[in-house]
Design a protein around this ligand. Structure first.
Ligand code: DAH
Length: 360
């Protein structure tokens, strides 16, 4: 006859040892399943004499109840432990900083940002944006702009020439954005009010010069545009760009083949402790060249200088970006160093506008 006490000890030990719900189920089936050890014992009750049954029945049923109770209790313990394990595995530390989304982590290059700023300022004054190609004909880069053939000014530009084509024509990497003046005047009728931001190229490299750099050209052509208008436009631009109430500007006579008269413009600044501030101080900083469009340039574009006149200017974008944002060296602008970009770059959603502020 089966030793009920021994069986009970064995079963309860197995229940206790079950490490997870699957192991516990195996123990349950082995005891209480159809062919389980306890179920087999229960089946023997039918063939017992009433006396035997009276004695063994309560013991076997008692064993079954004990095993059932132990399994149920173990099941609860295992479920609790499983929940505990899951909760601690899935724990989130809500005090950790939220990582920035990819669209927030990207940076806008200071040049792109400054072009957006310029565009916002001049758009507010009624200017639209014109563009031209980086590879330009010698004619548009020089001749149409009143640089005579063989004139030393062509050398001054340290031009990159391309290999001559089959017609012997040597294209150039444009040395300034001024050829887009010609492209604009020959493709649309006055009144013209455009700015022309873009890449320009010269054979030059040091702390403040790179072989590729950026300029923004301005062009106004109509029947009355004069120097006073030009001064106003440039002054309004400088105040808005450098975000100061007042700027003092100095127009120094200069020479450019495509303007007459021509001037170079300095703005007043202070340079205390290596920091440049505008709208104060006794120093002057050159920021652009400008002038009244030369009658020969108008003629080269099919415009009658007795009917039309206007002004133009050209400014280095990199230079004004360095001045505004205190960047001492131009070369890292074009080295694609992510650490530099993280430091000097702008957040993608900080879109400059005169309404929300150029720099927020
Ligand atoms: N193109 C000149 C340069 O690169 C800059 C310039 C001067 C542009 C006077 C102009 C201007 O439109 O009127 O040095």
């Amino acid at each position: 006859m089966t030793d009920l006490n021994q069986l009970e000890r064995d079963l309860l030990t197995q229940v206790d040892a079950a490490g997870d719900e699957a192991a516990l189920e195996t123990v349950r089936v082995s005891a209480l399943g159809k062919k389980g050890s306890v179920s087999e014992l229960l089946k023997t009750l039918g063939s017992m004499t009433p006396e035997e049954r009276k004695e063994r029945g309560p013991l076997i049923n008692g064993l079954r109840d004990k095993v059932q109770t132990a399994i149920a209790a173990k099941k609860d313990t295992l479920a609790e432990a499983a929940l505990e394990a899951r909760l601690s595995a899935e724990r989130i530390d809500v005090t950790l900083p939220v990582p920035e989304a990819p669209e927030g982590r990207g940076r806008i290059h200071p040049i792109s940002q400054v072009i957006e700023e310029l565009t916002a300022i001049f758009a507010d004054m009624g200017f639209s944006v014109a563009e031209g190609p980086d590879i330009e004909t010698d004619y548009l880069n020089f001749t149409a702009l009143n640089f005579p053939e063989g004139h030393p000014a062509r050398e001054m530009h340290d031009t990159f020439f391309l290999a001559p084509d089959e017609k012997g024509e040597r294209k150039v990497l444009r040395t300034h954005t001024s050829p887009v003046q010609i492209r604009t005047m020959t493709s649309k009728a006055p009144p013209i009010r455009v700015i022309i931001p873009g890449r320009t190229y010269r054979h030059d490299s040091d702390q403040t010069h790179t072989p590729m750099f950026h300029q923004v050209e301005g062009l106004v052509i109509d029947k009355q545009a004069n120097i006073a208008h030009m001064k106003w436009v440039l002054e309004e631009f400088c105040k808005a760009f450098f975000e100061v109430e007042q700027v003092k500007m100095r127009f120094r006579p200069s020479f450019f083949p495509f303007t007459e008269p021509s001037a170079e413009v300095d703005i007043q600044c202070s340079r205390k402790g290596g920091e440049i501030r505008f709208g104060e101080g006794t120093d002057w900083l050159e920021i652009l060249g400008c002038g009244m469009v030369h009658p020969n340039v108008l003629r080269n574009c099919g415009l009658d200088p007795d009917e039309y006149q206007g002004f133009a200017w050209g400014m280095g974008i990199d230079r004004i970006a360095m001045l505004k944002y205190g960047m001492p060296d131009l070369r890292p602008f074009f080295e694609a160093d992510v650490r530099w970009l993280n430091h000097y770059g702008f957040r993608p959603l900080d879109i400059p506008s005169l309404v929300s502020g150029l720099t927020s």
